[in-house]
Design a binder for this molecule. Structure first.
Ligand code: EPZ
Length: 445
């Protein structure tokens, strides 16, 4: 993105710019990693991708000005900016990680299909658009490699708030007779996206909405704090029950800073341990990383916490561990592939159970190409540690698997080529440059 006020003015112009950028990203689509170098040094965490995506959707609810700080300039965010620009909002980068967003008196109820269907998080447009429009047409985001990604919980909750929803030729078509009506909704599963969509839909609904068995991820709390800063009345985010008292409008201009990205920071922590390095992550919130820190300590990694930093080192041999992914505050599914990579050279048998997504072990077959011994049986992966991974040509299947394969390359003997590297750029800002600042040798080609 250009310098200050390199505005995202015309949606059309912006679409061209992002597509151009995407074109470049597709061209430079492999990362070449030379292994065997421990990561050493200090690195600052970026703002949370998954908070930012939800908060950008929440900007649809206001007509006021928003200054959003600590925004990661990654491709998923740039695509979401294009989408909300097409809906009528205006967004400028004020500097490399600060956005100026102006809400719109009138927003379009129809999302740009080609853009929205590629970005899973575009499903978070549904709630805020239904809060403002009587008729909406939101592209149904595709499933993706890690699972079918249904939206039944989103639809059930929005139906309870008075919305009628159909799926027709790749779109979600929604209708609301008047204003959404507050209701009590129980989520069969603490879905992050469903919690966020329903919270956003409820802030302008008539009366009180009670959401039960909700997701407690830090990104959900971040979204609730942002909405309250805009004038919403939300209580209980971070607990099992969220209460929302509807208000007629959100009118407060807001300056808000996004929380640090616990998944990006966790990825660097695992990379430090996997390469036998010594890395300090700065500008993090240690309690958000507790599930990972606890498992790393169990594996005999040294994890030292300060107020807003975490230092990871490996003074002693690592030990095999068992991991079960769970909704927060359980172990994050988004760090599962990275841990599988770390454990692939830990002597002994480690077991990972993936309870969140039905198809999130695809990285195992790529790690096997590098010499790992991993057996997958449904939701269970059994990892027998091998002495060393060997560099190979491998393929990323999603952004976290891509990051995990880069870690594997850092650990391996020889050179590893990670193809489909555009997945990595979706969630990790300047990934190769920041790894190289810690002593790695990674090149985008
Ligand atoms: C969010 O996805 C994150 N994405 C994901 O991060 C993360 O892996 C996931 O939460 C779990 O923590 C964003 O925040 C943009 P869910 P989301 O709804 O909201 C099932 C990354 O790498 N489900 O909590 O889509 C679903 O199929 C991404 O940054 C239903 O069955 O996750 C899955 O099995 C990947 N019906 C489980 O719940 C529904 O209506 C968890 O999904 C909704 C979800």
């Amino acid at each position: 993105m250009g310098g200050a006020h390199a505005g995202i003015t015309g949606a059309r112009a912006h679409i061209k710019l992002a597509t151009e950028q995407r074109g470049d990203e597709q061209a430079l689509n492999k990362l070449v990693v030379r292994g065997g170098r421990p990561l050493v040094g200090r690195i600052r965490a970026s703002g949370a991708k998954n908070s930012t995506l939800a908060i950008l959707c929440a900007c649809i609810l206001t007509e006021s000005e928003v200054i959003l700080e600590n925004v990661p300039n990654i491709s998923d965010i740039r695509v979401m900016l294009e989408i909300i620009s097409c809906l009528g909002l205006r967004a400028y980068w004020l500097d490399e990680d600060t956005l100026h967003i102006t809400g719109a008196a009138r927003v379009s109820g129809e999302t740009p299909h080609e853009l929205a269907k590629k970005l899973r998080a575009s499903n978070l447009l549904l709630g805020p658009l239904m809060a403002r429009k009587r008729r909406v047409r939101v592209s149904l985001p595709g499933g993706c490699n890690i699972g079918s990604r249904p939206m039944d919980l989103h639809f059930k909750g929005l139906n309870s708030l008075g919305a009628d929803l159909d799926i027709r030729s790749g779109y979600i078509e929604g209708r609301v007779p008047g204003r959404l009506q507050g209701a009590k909704v129980y989520l069969d599963f603490p879905s992050v996206g469903a919690t966020e969509n329903l919270m956003m839909a409820a802030v302008l609904a008539e009366g009180q909405t009670v959401l039960e068995n909700v997701a407690k991820e830090p990104e959900v709390v971040d979204l609730a704090n942002f909405l309250n800063a805009m004038g919403a009345k939300i209580r209980g985010a971070g607990t099992d029950i969220i209460r929302v008292n509807g208000v007629p409008a959100l009118g407060n201009p807001v300056r808000y800073s996004v929380i640090p990205d616990r998944i990006e920071a966790g990825t660097f922590m695992v990379a430090a341990a996997a390469t036998g390095g010594d890395v300090t992550l700065e500008r993090v919130i240690p309690p958000h990383l507790e599930p990972l820190s606890a498992k790393l300590r169990e594996a005999n990694v040294r994890v030292e916490e300060r107020e807003d930093s975490i230092r990871v080192s490996t003074p002693a041999p690592l030990l095999p561990i068992n991991i079960k992914t769970m909704p927060y505050p359980g172990f994050a599914t988004d760090l599962q592939s990275q841990m599988m990579t770390l454990l692939s050279t830990v002597p002994g048998t480690s077991i990972i159970v993936e309870n969140i997504f039905e198809n999130r072990f695809q990285v195992a077959q790529e790690l096997r190409r590098m010499g790992a011994q991993i057996e997958v049986e449904g939701r269970v992966a059994i990892i027998e540690g091998v002495p060393r991974l060997q560099g190979a040509s491998v393929r990323a299947t999603d952004l976290r698997a891509g990051a995990a394969l880069v870690i594997a390359g850092l650990m391996a003997e020889g050179v590893t080529e990670v193809h489909n590297a555009h997945f990595v750029a979706r969630g990790y800002r300047d990934f190769e440059a920041r790894l190289n600042s810690l002593g790695a040798d990674v090149e985008r080609k």
